[in-house]
Design a binder for this molecule. Structure first.
Ligand code: HPA
Length: 274
């Protein structure tokens, strides 16, 4: 365990002091290049991670590193413009620290988004995927160490990390808006190197449809503390070895920028119905 309950509470208190009587309900984590939704928040109160006690910096490209509180589609939101990753050198508990703080502030729902490699060869880069489940079994848990019972139990059930009700809501919303939405399993890999073609074949054999370097730790922590979770992936590129071309960060950011209207539109329409 890297953090004490007192540290989580101190972070929450520092943020609440800035928010006054505003109580957020829906926490959102915006992945690589997808931070634009944070700029659409109304009556925003933005707080840099570096101004919040115990928060780590977000150093990844396309990650602004700040929390934006306000309203979006009538929902009281807390938007993380940029997240922390294990490959930045942070423990899994540090990576998911903010989720617990947002839970303490009142959030009962988490929308996680990411850009990921597309492992499923039936699909194509640029598609959106509803995350139905995840695999993160080859790396340690963010819940490792002494359990903090104020958040949840020692051995939390993980049968429904991605809430069925929110999956149904996203499915229905995408259909109404005519946005094609794939559904599949997110497979977590450490990074920061992209996978080898052999690793991508292994991921496929093990049941992964998308591969990425984030999301899974935060979702484990959200499930532990009883939050409902909706996960949306932008399949920014075909995973390594599927096409005969190298992977690059620029490709990921370009795909995220190109998906802006579709991605923002879907998330906002889902928020409206939550
Ligand atoms: N692999 C891992 N993470 C990623 C990828 C990928 O192909 N694309 C975007 N994030």
């Amino acid at each position: 365990m890297d953090y004490t309950m007192e540290q989580y509470r101190a972070s929450a208190r520092a943020i609440q002091d800035r928010l006054g009587d505003f109580v957020p309900k829906v926490a959102m984590v915006l992945g690589s290049g997808l931070g634009y939704l944070g700029d659409e928040v109304e009556n925003p109160i933005a707080i840099d991670y570096r101004d919040i006690p115990h928060f780590k910096a977000s150093t990844a490209p396309g990650h602004k590193g700040r929390l934006v509180f306000g309203t979006l589609e009538g929902q009281r939101v807390a938007v993380m413009q940029g997240r922390m990753h294990h490959y930045e050198g942070y423990s899994y508990e540090a990576v998911s620290y903010a989720v617990r703080v947002l839970r303490l502030l009142g959030c009962d729902t988490l929308i996680v988004t990411n850009a990921a490699g597309c492992v499923n060869t039936e699909w194509k880069a640029g598609d959106l995927m509803l995350i139905t489940d995840q695999i993160k079994m080859f790396s340690e848990s963010p819940l490792r160490g002494e359990n903090l019972p104020d958040f949840g139990v020692r051995f939390p059930d993980a049968s429904h990390l991605y809430t069925s009700r929110l999956q149904a809501l996203a499915r229905e919303t995408a259909q109404e808006r005519g946005i094609p939405l794939r559904e599949g399993v997110y497979f977590y890999c450490y990074g920061p190197q992209y996978e080898t073609p052999a690793e991508v074949r292994a991921v496929r054999l093990l049941g992964g449809d998308a591969v990425g370097m984030s999301t899974a730790p935060e979702v484990i922590v959200a499930g532990h503390c009883g939050m409902e979770v909706l996960g949306l992936t932008l399949l920014s590129n075909m995973a390594a070895g599927i096409l005969d071309q190298p992977l690059s960060e620029q490709e990921v950011l370009d795909a995220a920028a190109a998906a802006r209207e579709k991605f923002s539109g879907l998330v906002r329409a889902c928020l409206r119905k939550m």
